[in-house]
Design a protein around this ligand. Structure first.
Ligand SMILES: Nc1ncnc2c1ncn2[C@@H]1O[C@H](COP(=O)(O)OP(=O)(O)OP(=O)(O)O)[C@@H](O)[C@H]1O
Length: 478
């Protein structure tokens, strides 16, 4: 005898008979069982009776607000996603419902394609193992700090909903990784994750890049092409550096996000898209709104749920797990990679303006200089570091700073750091010049004994040789 598997069951809550009927018919045609309620009271009576795969509720009901039902279902039926139907032009209601934990929303008049896409996403949440996302592997977001632990828990919760998420944090702090983690833990894991750096697309190409174009839509459009929205369909679209979007594009994006439809350049019809939006920025987006650089309506739309990634210097407890992860990766090519004593202490004294990405770079570069895979404090070459007390490099660093204050010695290449009253035209060039200046002073002070100069500067001999080569420093002719 074949076991009959029950169809997933959906509860529709709406007092408008016509709309309720349209929803019911659509859901039944999708192969679902449907129960209907016209009031909150009826819905409350039905909820304990079945294990609903989805509750779909109107926002205004004769005996109360759909929002109340959202709160009740979120609190009492953790495995039942609830979505809301919002009236046209009341996008704010959708945002409020999403903040309260609603899984998703559809706007009236209901576009059936959107409804079906939303229902399918909801069904995937509690799908049997074969269709469900792989059991949550260990999070790739490493760290022991309370804030990262809380973030991991938040991500696990948020992954179930469709609510737009805005991730804030300095460059290199892990915003994209967090977005990928949300996607990986969601029912969309098997679908594309598309990350777009909004600051890197020329303004003239933006619309084509986001929405695609039809063949012949403009000179050079030799073939029809999908945009980011179509590429991410069914999955997640990360709008990275979202503050860099030009205002004209912000209007178009807002429309696409609200209506979940896009129109290719040159097309006459719009196409539905089912995309979860995550945005990220290192800028203060609220301030951008105040100064008129960012539209308030889009800000409001994107910031339904906010996640904050604090800078690495404010969560030093993460250094251990992060260095372990990075060293494991570096060592995965068969090379021995270990940290010398006091390296972690030295790292704790560093400010990491480039956050985790900088930590990765520091360790990677240090490994190139390390003897036999053992990274020592001197290999780290922490710029402007304040090594922690007792760290090996401390004495050398203080010597180095004394050396840098010494009067400029006669030298083949005269130091020529520009005065600081004028801002440098190029920061990297200016910093190179300072680095060059300091190395030349240390060399001069040690009569070009490179071993001693390296000690004075708190870096390894090989690092000094590398820097001299890079900065074009040569020994003066005898
Ligand atoms: N908590 C973490 N655990 C493991 N790796 C991390 C963590 N945070 C960041 N990383 C790594 O650091 C690097 C930078 O992270 P990511 O690209 O996510 O930063 P970002 O904030 O998006 O940077 P940007 O603003 O410059 O785009 C990546 O290689 C990422 O894998």
């Amino acid at each position: 005898m074949t076991a009959v598997r029950a169809c997933p069951r959906v509860l529709v809550v709406d007092d408008e008979a016509d709309l309720r009927e349209l929803l019911e018919i659509t859901l039944v045609r999708m192969g679902l069982d449907v129960d209907s309620a016209a009031t909150l009271a009826q819905a409350r009576a039905l909820l304990p009776e079945h294990d609903y795969a989805l509750v779909l509720t109107d926002m205004r009901l004769p005996d109360g607000l759909g929002l109340e039902l959202v709160r009740e279902v979120v609190a009492a039926y953790k495995n039942t996603p609830i979505a809301v139907v919002t009236a046209f032009g009341s996008a704010d209601n959708a945002v409020v419902a999403l903040k309260a934990g609603a899984f998703d929303y559809v706007s009236k008049p209901v576009v059936l394609d959107q409804l079906r896409a939303m229902v399918q996403s909801a069904l995937r949440l509690n799908a049997p193992a074969a269709e469900a996302p792989a059991p949550a592997a260990a999070s790739r977001l490493k760290g022991d700090s309370a804030v990262i632990q809380a973030l991991r828990a938040q991500i696990a919760r948020l992954a179930r909903s469709m609510a737009p998420i805005a991730i804030h944090g300095e460059s290199g702090s892990g915003k994209e990784l967090a977005a990928r983690e949300i996607h990986a833990q969601s029912s969309r894991a098997g679908k594309p994750f598309v990350a777009v750096n909004c600051g890197a697309i020329p303004e003239a190409l933006m619309e084509a890049e986001f929405f695609g174009y039809r063949k012949g839509a403009f000179t050079g459009a030799a073939e029809e092409r999908d945009g980011f929205f179509q590429a991410a369909n069914g999955g997640t679209l990360l709008l990275d550096e979202v503050a860099d979007l030009p205002l004209a594009m912000q209007v178009k994006l807002l429309r696409a996000i609200q209506e979940r439809r896009v129109r290719k350049i040159g097309a006459t019809v719009e196409e539905p898209v089912d995309v979860r939006i995550i945005s990220a920025t290192h800028q203060d987006l609220a301030h951008c709104v105040e100064t008129g650089r960012f539209r308030q309506d889009l800000f409001y739309r994107l910031n339904v749920i906010e996640l904050q990634l604090p800078p690495l210097r404010e969560r030093l407890d993460d250094l251990g797990p992060l260095t372990d992860t990075i060293l494991a990766r570096l060592g995965s090519f068969g090379q021995r990679v270990v940290l010398g004593p006091q390296v972690l202490e030295a790292l704790r004294g560093y400010a990491f303006p480039g956050n985790v990405r900088e930590l990765e770079n520091i360790l990677e570069r240090a490994l190139a200089f390390a003897d036999d895979g053992v990274i020592e404090v001197a290999d780290l070459a922490l710029k402007g570091a304040r090594p922690a007390e007792g760290a090996v490099g401390a004495a050398q660093a203080s010597q180095a700073s004394q050396a840098s204050q010494a009067t400029a010695p006669p030298c083949a290449a005269e130091p020529c750091t520009p005065p600081l009253e004028a801002l440098p035209a190029s920061l990297p060039d200016y910093l190179h010049q300072i680095e060059r200046d300091i190395i030349i002073r240390a060399l001069a002070q040690t009569q070009y004994n490179r071993t001693q100069a390296a000690q004075l500067l708190g870096i390894s001999f090989r690092q000094l040789r590398y820097q001299m080569q890079k900065l074009g420093i040569q020994e003066p002719e005898a």
